[in-house]
Design a protein around this ligand. Sequence first.
Ligand code: CO
Length: 460
Amino acid sequence: MKKIAITETVLRDANQSLMATRLPLDEFKAILDDIDKAGYHSVECWGGATFDSCLRYLGEDPWERLRTIKSHMKNTKLQMLLRGQNLLGYHHYSDDMVRRFVRAAVENGMDIIRIFDALNDLRNIKTAVEACLEAGGHAQGAICYTLSPIHNLEMYIGLGKEIEKMGCQSLCIKDMAGIMSPKECFDLVSALKKEINSPIYVHTHQTTGLGFMTYLKAAEAGADGIDCAISAFAGGTSQPATETMVYTLNQMGFDCGVNQKMLKKINDFFIPEERKFIDKGVFDPTVLGIKSDVLVYQIPGGMLSNLMAQLKAQGALDRLDEVLEETPKVRADLGYPPLVTPLSQMVGVQATVNVLVGERYKNIGKEIKAYIRGEYGKAPGEINSELMKKVLGDEQPITGRFAETIEPEFEKAKAEIGDKAKNDLDVLSYICFPEQALKFFEERELKKALVCKYTIEEVK
Ligand code: CO
């Protein structure tokens, strides 16, 4: 029987895509033992926005969350998403920080680290890949899938080969927007299968309605695994549903390795959770529909809703069509970066500014300037020369790895934060998200003091 592995995303990507990563650990702790028994290849549970959200909104220590999940996963591998040199943030960190962070992730329970760079500039995943391998983790190199006049099969195969050469144990095709069609997926996986030996995992979203079909063609082309979400947290901007995919693939002669009774039990657990967060207004059910406009504009669903929110805040929602026309132009001017964090936000904001100001590039965002200077890596294509001149003047862009220009960060931050950090993991959290981490540390002290006070009063 042919085999295809399933990665369950309910704790990370589904949670992030449907309800802005607001699912607290206490809400899903009770189902972890059953998730472990279901036979998943891995459970994606950390990384992406989870780290930021834990500190910023949930009052949770992200490291403690990781260790707790690990303590329940005796059979199943834990998986995370890492933005290469950006770690879980929005700009590049120093190599010493990347090494320490990745090592700490593995030491605290992470098994598989899926590592990507927003520009597919593989120099930006190198340090993280090396650190993961050194720490004994599984490094999965990811290619961001996008459509543009310069992104073609040849480019993706080149990236796949290079990722394998770097020592990654597996490869992921990461379609963050859900725009990879079944045919494109079949052709890409088939071609990669001929060129590389590593297992290939396909990641998509159900945003445009293509997801189920794309996964079926991925399986037919010989993909080794797909990312799905348990059905209560599936569909729309999240992943295709686990149970539906397993049901279909079984009939097609694939063994997914999962226990369907256990999937039912897991889903029964998450149905009331979905209801609860819809009632609270945290989970907006409109994201569950099919957004065919994403195929027209080829921008991720999250980016589309961000653009609409920005325009609404400015009282300019009627300019949406103009912004949607401007977006691909800005992207072309920047050398066709894939629209993934943080580039999707940067391109969206610049397009909005261009339209609202009424003159293209009259105001240029700080991040866009940094991008043009080369602080995010090498653009996939050519950056518009006029725009480049406008930003740089006579200055030369950075052509080397930007991280090499960043001073080591860890010891400096450790000295700066002093005894507010209880251990080195706190220092890592602080470097990632300084304000949020400090706020979290303060609240943690306060909570401790309260518990202490009540305990003493009880004793009295
Ligand atoms: Co995703």
